[in-house]
Ligand binder design. Structure first.
Ligand code: ZN
Ligand code: FE
Length: 257
């Protein structure tokens, strides 16, 4: 399975999973249809699945047009999103499995950004491969999604599930927010040498207009303040010793950053 990144709108990424042998593809969070249709044509594959993480229009905006062109493509989304995702046919819950090509994707229920948000984790098929996590707007490189429909308690529980995956896991998040996220991270964790060097790398990459997605979970665990609610430095930065309160205060500060 290969993953292509298609940049759309101002800062969204659509991910195209494809298998050149079987000539099939699946798309994660198609904000728009046209760039996906163009890529499918270029690589000459049939769309068989749409994997949506949540109902926001910058994640499902292309659904209708894609299923018009590929009526057999199956549209997946979270069970709690029933009625909010155009064309949804499969209503997924925590622990459900989806299949694409030679890979099995495990579903995590990760409410917080929205009340129905799910993530898809494709474990590595062989020892040489890495796992791939498609986490929508839950975990970002250097940050996390805003809490539109969920509580800090829910988001900490959701992020805990993702944090438990192998450190080598590729984090395919849906927005290029990394530089701004790390600028915020430096205000609360400025003494962290891993964060300092990551910021320098990301700044250089962005000045060359390079993507910073996917990142790796191990890097996120060392540098992303929104996975570090139990780290003493972060707790003292927001004057709390409680993990959920630490997370909530960090999220509040980021909202105003
Ligand atoms: Zn969203
Ligand atoms: Fe989004």
């Amino acid at each position: 399975m290969q993953v292509d990144r298609i940049p759309v709108l101002s800062d969204n990424y659509i991910f195209l999973l494809h298998d050149p042998t079987q000539k099939i593809a699946a798309v994660v969070d198609p904000a728009e249809a046209q760039p996906v249709l163009q890529r499918l044509q270029e690589i000459d594959v049939q769309l068989v699945a749409i994997f949506n993480t949540h109902h926001h229009s910058d994640h499902v905006g292309g659904n209708r047009q894609l299923i018009q062109r590929f009526p057999d493509a199956c549209v997946y989304g979270g069970a709690e999103d029933k009625g909010r995702i155009p064309g949804q046919q499969v209503f997924l819950q925590e622990g459900d499995r989806v299949e694409f090509a030679d890979r099995i994707g495990e579903v995590f229920f990760v409410p917080g950004h929205t009340r129905a948000h799910i993530a898809y984790y494709f474990a590595p098929a062989t020892a040489e491969e890495t796992g791939d996590l498609f986490c929508g707007d839950t975990l970002f490189a250097g940050g996390c999604g805003r809490l539109f429909e969920g509580s800090p308690t829910q988001m900490v529980s959701s992020l805990s599930k993702l944090r438990a995956l192998p450190d080598t896991t590729c984090i395919w998040c849906a927005h290029e927010y990394t530089l701004k996220n790390l600028q915020f991270a430096l205000t609360v964790d400025g003494g962290n040498p891993d964060l300092q060097s990551r910021y320098a790398e990301v700044k250089a990459a962005r000045s060359r207009f390079e993507a910073t997605v996917p990142s790796r979970l191990g890097v996120e665990k060392r540098t992303n303040p929104f996975l570090r609610w139990d780290t003493p430095t972060l707790q003292s930065a927001v004057n709390s010793q409680d993990p959920v309160q630490t997370f909530a205060r960090l999220r509040g500060m980021k909202d105003r950053f």
